[in-house]
Design a protein around this ligand. Structure first.
Ligand SMILES: [Zn+2]
Length: 471
């Protein structure tokens, strides 16, 4: 009886976080064993059927999933923006998250090529972007890895950027990027100091709660912070007795003055400085707009408009939205609001409805010169053409062309104005896209690209802005 209680007590204090993983093809003396098992401990790599296949090449889908788990991205399988990554793909969640975080882009035509094998250079770029090193070229990314001792280069001194990377080497690089204690001959540089705000803060071996704890810090403990991994930071106390990972949310961070801060180039002037884009999501409040396929036009166009706003905001372009919430605004007020908020270009967003069979995208402008209440007919037409063209490219729906109409927000406006009908809410093909957040994001990108095309054709040097439309 006494013995049984003792056993219970012991087991209560020794509940393992996770049973140790062993791969039949990675012995403890294998050259990358330490790094592979470090990642396995945090479920960042899982292998398959007890094997890791260390000498196999790694696919883009596998690589993005591993890095995604390392930095704590949302890996829930879901719809993606890529034509070759269905929601049922094991990597769909990580691929979509990685795209949204800007560290994995696709190829033209909307392809991600999930099964394509990854080169050492691509791996460097993935890691550099995912861990926030900000390199945008392969060469710069390789230098970031070398300077942090994540890579020591290949034996011949060449990184071998064009060679395919083996799964074992990929694991080594990711493990070293996460945990600087795994980097050979590396002395951490502490760019931030932290103070623990929680009454007791567990220190873990890796950047997630899956990793076991190796100690704890009490409130107000001073920390040196070496780097960030997702929502976690690798830290050491000032006595350097405990080094590990803590959740960033329980630490107040301050930057340390480091003498050799690289000089940042002066900010370049935004080529659209002085221009305000007006986004006008149609309907709202008591006016739902068109109804169909379980969707309401007012919701679809508001969300698309908010996505346009978010892109413009990120790009540093000034904007005004006639409505940012589900409220009713009379038509007559919309051009007035646009003008009173300094608008220069007006884009109204709507969805169509007819007989269920009609389908496609069309964009309007006001074109009746004889009753020119809006004097900007030529510019409005250019704006409508630019947006229509981009919407067709991004959405791939039926081309119902650029058209003229006497819509109030076009006719009585005082600036170049267009109105996009994204698709038909009562048509199954169109409604699938109207009802999808991923597709609405692409519509928003198309609208912003169309606006840029319009300004470019109007003589603005906006070429530097195109790369900023997508994160
Ligand atoms: Zn409408």
């Amino acid at each position: 009886m006494v013995l049984a209680i003792l056993v219970l007590l012991i087991s209560a204090f020794t509940i393992p976080v996770k049973a140790a993983t062993t791969f039949s093809d990675v012995s403890s003396s294998y050259r990358a064993a330490k790094e592979i098992y470090y990642l396995a401990e945090g479920n960042i790599i899982t292998g398959s059927n007890g094997s890791f296949h260390p000498n196999s090449d790694i696919t883009r889908a596998e690589a993005v999933s591993i890095i995604g788990r390392a930095v704590g991205l949302n890996g829930t399988q879901r719809e993606t923006r890529f034509v070759d990554v269905p929601s049922t793909s094991f990597a769909s969640g990580y691929i979509q998250s990685a795209f949204e975080k800007g560290f994995a882009n696709g190829y033209s035509g909307g392809y991600f090529k999930p099964g394509q094998h990854v080169t050492r250079g691509e791996m460097a770029l993935f890691i550099s972007k995912a861990f926030g090193y900000h390199a945008t070229t392969t060469d710069a990314a390789i230098n970031e890895l070398l300077s942090r001792h994540i890579s020591e280069g290949m034996a011949n001194g060449d990184f071998g950027g064009k060679e395919l990377i083996k799964r074992a080497d990929f694991a080594v690089f990711v493990a070293r990027a996460i945990n600087d204690e795994l980097r050979p001959n590396y002395k951490p540089v502490y760019l931030q100091e932290g103070t623990v705000t929680a009454s007791s803060l567990l220190v873990r071996k890796g950047p997630s709660t899956i990793y076991g704890s190796i100690g704890s810090f009490t409130q107000n403990t001073k920390l040196n912070v070496s780097h960030t991994v997702g929502n976690w930071i690798q830290v050491t106390n000032t006595a350097k007795t405990v080094t590990g990972f803590v959740s960033k949310q329980y630490v107040t961070l301050t930057d340390v003055d480091v003498p050799e801060v690289p000089t940042t180039p002066p900010p370049t002037k935004n080529p659209l400085a002085g221009q305000t884009i007006v986004i006008d999501p149609g309907h709202g409040g008591t006016d739902p707009g068109a109804l169909g396929s379980g969707l309401r036009e007012k919701d679809v166009v508001l969300d698309t408009g908010l996505k346009v706003r978010n892109i413009l905001k990120r790009m540093g372009i000034s904007y005004y939205m006639t409505r940012e919430t589900d409220v009713f605004i009379v038509l007559q007020d919309r051009p007035v609001l646009a003008q009173s908020h300094g608008g220069d270009t007006f884009v109204s967003i709507h969805a169509n409805k007819f007989n269920g069979a009609a389908n496609g995208t069309e964009t309007y402008y006001y074109g009746a010169a004889a009753t020119a209440t809006n004097p900007y007919i030529t510019k409005s037409k250019l704006l409508a053409q630019s947006i229509q063209k981009r919407l067709l490219t991004e959405w791939q729906l039926n081309d119902r062309k650029v058209k003229t109409a006497n819509y109030y927000v076009l006719k009585y406006n005082s600036m170049p104005s267009s109105l996009a009908e994204l698709g038909f809410i009562d048509n199954p093909t169109d409604a699938k896209k109207l009802g999808s957040s991923v597709w609405r994001e692409r519509a928003a990108e198309a609208i912003v690209l169309g606006i840029l095309d319009y300004y470019k054709a109007s003589g603005y040097n906006v070429s530097s802005l195109y790369d900023k439309v997508r994160p």
